[in-house]
Design a protein around this ligand. Structure first.
Ligand code: PLP
Length: 625
């Protein structure tokens, strides 16, 4: 089994090189041309960029756009399918301008379009999807301004499809379209009956937040007919949830959606497009299974099930094959970015020591505990039981004022020494008692990572999503310790400890021992979908510095940093919380001046303090190491 299962989740993009560094093959057309991740990080550091940083590999974005479009094209050719594939990228998954620009550019040969789910997203897609042959799909709840913007898009000759989520949206749209004299393109979002699985299962079923019931769809058709607007109904849409882990649910949804499409066409609704939404999953944990963080199918299988599934039903129902639209976001963006950061410290239960030498008149509990130190002759279970019981008694004694602070420190030091000793002496391959097996977890260190989980990996905290965490070098060395990774927020939830071994989830991540003076850099991978943009400002750690990396076309294996987007400064995060940082700097300066006048601070020193405060305002919110 390869360390950290890199190949399993790496989707052909990530592997471990012979030098023990993570290697990256960013272009799917050249799987043997690899870039050394450590070289990338070294160059970032050499340019004076501080970690943590988000590294974006734009070539991976392009690759994913090509793979999705070409896989659909291939299946359409193989199946003699009469419609086209005309996909859109839902920008909610990653709205960063550079990401959207790259996707639009890579998708141009395929007329790949964009999807928006809110007014600001609509404004972004209007400006960035100028291709008159590509679709712009407009989902989400809408007000008059939203609809008016969409109608403006029609004036600009764009294929803007307003997907009706609620009947009332149609009632708003009809008079607006008349007033502005625009022919809208209308989509109907169906509330699906199929019950999907996974974290987003509530996106389908009768109680789903989005979509129209069959009754509502029929009422809308009647309404459109009465307005002589039935010809505007172009698209049928469904989306049964993100990260669909089980292919059977996808097949079921496709069957239901295609049947609904066929029946509507038979009723005279001139639908041209069937939009199957998002949901194409990612194998975050490398298990290729139906865990919430994986998927039991390949992209080829997904695409084939859609194309052949729709074709079969349309042929049976004798209706034309619709053009197929999908709104895959996660699958397009997840692989392209990762967070790299350094481990800035270790919190270890055995890390701090107190002098444990015997003293006259010390409490009997201290003496008892000392007898267990180096007592290898005692059976490990018995030794562990005794140590645990002495520790519990010591706590009671301390609360009653019987044990002194130095005595408590001695007891604690000895207790952890004994546990570490028992742990080391255990024969790992033979049966061990339950509690002794737990020793591993009790003794696990916590590695302090210079980052905020809430900013950079929101879903690990919010929904228990697993993300691969791997040191970017030393992978030719077996990891010596198991630990959890804690972040620098003042929140105990700011912790990552899930690690997949084969198919089992373990609660600690294998890591290497930290060497003095070494910069141990770890990467958190597959963060390009949602994580990149859903982060919050907990503790006022803002956005990370971003480094955009491209592969050199002319020199295989080489790369260049195309752009560096600085992370949010302290000043900027404070400003978003309504602070006026000029005022703050003035107030602090005044206080310093007052102390200078009183003679408590030398004038020159006062100037240095003032400058320092201002520098910190302009500086990074993360730890400077
Ligand atoms: N389309 C709609 C309507 C969605 O709600 C979502 C996200 O849940 C997507 C597309 C993107 O889904 P995914 O990221 O799973 O491809």
């Amino acid at each position: 089994e390869e360390l950290y299962g890199v190949k399993r989740w790496g989707a052909g993009y990530f592997s471990i090189g012979e030098n023990g560094n993570i290697q990256l093959a960013p272009n799917h057309r050249y799987p043997d041309v690899t870039i050394d991740m450590k070289d990338v990080v070294d160059e970032i550091l050499a340019e004076g960029i501080q970690l943590p940083a988000v590294i974006r590999f734009h070539d991976i974005l392009r690759s994913q756009v090509e793979i999705l479009n070409e896989t659909f094209q291939q299946a359409i050719d193989n199946a003699d399918y009469n419609g086209k594939y005309i996909g859109v990228f839902p920008i909610k998954v990653n709205q960063m301008r550079e990401v959207v620009e790259e996707i639009i550019d890579a998708g141009e040969p395929y007329n790949y379009g964009l999807e928006a789910g809110s007014k600001p997203e609509l404004m972004a897609v209007m400006a960035y999807n100028e291709n008159p042959n590509a679709l712009t799909i407009l989902n989400g709840y809408k007000d008059e301004d939203y609809l008016t913007l969409a109608l403006l898009g029609r004036h600009l000759q764009r294929k803007m499809i307003i997907v009706i989520e609620k009947y009332s949206e149609l009632e708003m749209l009809i008079p607006l379209a008349r007033k502005l004299n625009v022919e809208p393109m209308i989509g109907l979002r169906s509330k699906m009956m199929v019950k999907s699985a996974g974290k987003w299962a509530s996106s389908s079923g009768d109680r789903a937040k989005f979509g129209l019931s069959i009754t509502e769809i029929l009422n809308i058709i009647e309404r459109l007919k009465s307005e002589d607007m039935l010809h505007c109904a172009k698209l049928l849409h469904f989306h049964i949830g993100s990260q669909l882990s089980d292919i059977r649910k996808i097949k079921e949804a496709v069957t239901e959606g295609a049947r609904l499409y066929a029946k509507l066409v038979q009723m005279g609704v001139p639908l041209e497009y069937l939009d199957i939404g998002g949901g194409l999953g990612i194998d975050y944990d490398g298990t290729s299974s139906t865990t919430d963080s994986s998927r039991n199918y390949s992209t080829e299988e997904y695409v084939a099930d859609v194309v052949y599934g729709v074709k079969q039903i349309c042929d049976l129902e004798e209706v034309p094959h619709p053009n197929l639209v999908s709104e895959s976001g996660r699958a397009i963006t997840a692989h392209h970015s990762c967070v790299v950061t350094n481990i800035v410290g270790e919190i270890s239960p055995t890390g701090t020591q107190f002098d444990i030498s015997a003293e006259d008149g010390e409490h009997i509990l201290v003496a008892n505990m000392r007898e267990l130190v180096n007592a290898e002759e005692i059976h490990p279970q018995e030794r562990y039981n005794d140590a645990a019981s002495f520790k519990a008694s010591a706590y009671e004694a301390f609360k009653l004022g019987i044990l002194s602070l130095p005595e408590m420190a001695k007891l604690d030091t000895m207790y952890w020494q004994i546990l570490a000793d028992i742990h080391q002496s255990l024969d790992r391959d033979s049966f061990v008692f339950q509690e002794l097996a737990e020793l591993e977890d009790m003794l696990a260190s916590q590695y302090l990572a210079n980052m905020s989980i809430f900013q950079s990996a929101a879903d690990t905290w919010a929904i228990g999503q697993v993300l691969p965490i791997v040191p970017i070098s030393r992978l030719n060395e077996k990891p010596q310790v198991r630990c959890s990774m804690v972040d620098i927020t003042c929140d105990s939830d700011g912790k990552l400890s899930k690690y997949i071994e084969g198919t089992e989830i373990s609660e600690n991540i294998p890591m290497h021992t930290l060497k003095k003076g070494d910069n141990y850099v770890v990467g958190m991978f597959l963060t390009g979908a949602y994580q990149d943009v859903m982060g919050d400002m907990h503790n006022l750690f803002g956005r990370l510095t971003e480094v955009h990396v491209y592969a050199h076309d002319d020199e295989p294996g080489d790369f260049y940093i195309e752009e560096v987007v600085p992370g949010t400064s302290a000043e900027k995060v404070l400003t978003t919380m309504q602070y006026n940082t000029d005022y703050m700097a003035k107030v602090v300066k005044k206080s310093i001046d007052r102390q200078v006048r009183k003679g408590n601070i030398a004038p020159r020193e006062g100037v240095r303090w003032t400058d320092f405060y201002e520098q910190c305002l302009a500086g990074s919110t993360y730890l400077k190491v």
